[in-house]
Every structure is written in C-alpha cells, then in structure tokens.
Write a protein that binds this ligand. Structure first.
Ligand code: ADP
Ligand code: ADP
Length: 232
C-alpha cells in the first residue's frame, strides 16, 4: 500500500463569489520510502495539498489517506492522535521551543505522547544530523541550519510513517540547506523513511526521487529522478 494517497481530492475555500478552488480533483500516491517534492507557482495549491494529506486541514470532497486510514470523517481527537503517532512535520520556521535545549526539543513530541524513544535509533538520528555535541544548546545558541537539523531529528525520532516538509530549507543558506536535504535523502535511502516536501527551489527538488508539479489546483506533471535543470 502507499504511504499516503489522495483520490479525487478537492478543496474549496470560501463561498459564492469569493470561492477559490485550491485543489481540483487531485489523485496522487506517495509510495513508501520515496522522497517526493511538490512544486508549482505560488497559489497553485501546494500547501493546501500537504495540509489535507497531513490532516491539518479538511477536504471538501474526495479522499485523503495515510496508509490504510481514511482521514475524511475522522473526529478531531482521532486526527490529533494520527498526526501525533504517525506523521512527522518539518516547517520553514523551525518551531522549536526556545526554553528547551536541542535534545528536549527532539524528544518533546514523544514525551507528550507518552512514548519512549528507541535509544539506539535516537542515537543514530542525532549522530547523523551532526548534533551530538549540541544537545544541551538552546535554539538561540544554534545556527539556523543546526536548528533545522534539530527539527528534522524531531520529525525522525518517532519513526513516523511519513514526514511532510513545508519549504524545510526555505530559511537556510544554500550550504545549510544542502546538509538538511542530504540528511532527508539519507533517511529515505537508508532507513526507508517516506518524505513529501513542498519547495520552490529546483536545487532542493533535485534531492527528491520525484517531483509532482501543481498548477491551478491540478497535477500537471509528475517527474522521476529530477535534476535542478529539469525542474526549472
Ligand atoms: P501554494 O502553497 O501553492 O502557494 P496554497 O495552497 O497556499 O498555494 O493556496 C492555493 C489557493 O487557495 C490560493 O488561491 C490561495 O489564495 C487559496 N487559499 C489558501 N488558503 C486559503 C484560505 N485559508 N482561505 C481562502 N483561500 C485560501
Ligand atoms: P554522508 O555525509 O556521507 O552523506 P551522513 O553523515 O548523512 O553521510 O550519514 C552518515 C551515516 O548515518 C550514513 O552512512 C547512514 O548509515 C547513517 N544515516 C543516514 N541517515 C540516517 C538517519 N536518518 N538516521 C540514522 N542514521 C542515518
């Protein structure tokens, strides 16, 4: 089965005159252990698609599934549980808690969920993102790239079925961005993690296995093994 799947998914904002069709009957499958980039002009529906797939927004019609679970019709409580237990998020703003140090930020979602992190896994994740000697640092003592690596480690720590990233390197310089993307790609290649990321950046997209292009709420292209040139 797919890690996530949209079928005839539509999203309409507003009503009557001010109605906006953000997604127009989208069908797409995100396969396990695949790194997908979602690209398209501003306003084409990228964030809306990601939010609907991640259970952060409701769909107007059609279906959004994580694994075998249909999101539409789930009660808020179940949806919150599903996001917490099965999905990882990486946002453009790192969304770290300023009063907690790096390791506390990384394990916070699991602490809240009352889950114990697998120590061996956590060690691997921390080592791979290169944070071993920064674990006691608070966010304001870390560079932007380091903060985003904390956010990536936080998403990976719970071994979610799928990670959604919204411009995960949007706030980073190209070197720090490349590091974060390389780590995301490794987590797909070597750990079988599934990642779906929205990006404007062709270089960022070239790290993915596949690029899905949106325009006006529809999928207009779906490209395997992208290069920075081929997605410009
Ligand atoms: P992208 O991420 O590709 O820039 P979005 O998914 O943010 O596109 O937006 C798709 C369309 O839906 C745009 O026309 C946008 O103005 C509209 N839209 C997004 N969010 C809302 C909202 N909360 N209320 C009304 N319209 C929205
Ligand atoms: P490189 O710099 O050669 O791309 P990394 O520093 O990214 O390698 O990764 C070092 C090693 O950590 C990899 O060889 C791999 O075995 C392991 N690794 C990669 N990604 C992850 C991950 N998400 N979690 C744990 N270990 C990983």
């Amino acid at each position: 089965p797919a890690a996530a799947r949209a079928t005839d998914l539509s999203k309409v904002y507003g009503q009557g005159e001010t109605q906006v069709v953000a997604l127009d009957r989208i069908s797409v499958e995100f396969r396990k252990a695949e790194f997908t980039a979602i690209m398209g002009p501003s306003g084409s529906g990228k964030s809306t698609l990601m939010h609907c797939m991640a259970g952060l927004d409701t769909v107007s019609s059609g279906s959004a599934m994580i694994g075998d679970t249909e999101l539409t019709g789930l009660k808020d409580k179940k949806l919150t549980q599903l996001r917490r237990d099965r999905i990882g998020f990486i946002f453009q703003a790192f969304n770290l808690l300023p009063t907690l140090n790096a390791i506390e930020n990384i394990t916070l979602p699991m602490d809240i969920a009352g889950r114990k992190p697998d120590k061996q896994w956590l060690d691997r994740v921390i080592q791979t993102v290169g944070l071993s000697d920064r674990l006691k640092h608070r966010p304001n003592q870390l560079s932007g790239g380091q903060q985003q690596r904390v956010a990536v480690a936080r998403a990976l720590a719970a071994q979610p079925e799928i990670i959604f990233g919204d411009e995960p390197t949007g706030n980073l310089d190209s070197r720090a961005g490349a590091e974060v993307l390389g780590f995301l790609r490794n987590s797909v290649r070597e750990l079988g993690q599934t990642v779906v990321m929205v990006t404007h950046d062709p270089v960022a997209a070239s790290y993915a296995d596949r690029v899905v292009f949106l325009a006006d709420g529809r999928i207009v292209d779906d490209l395997a093994n992208p290069t920075a040139d081929s997605v410009l």
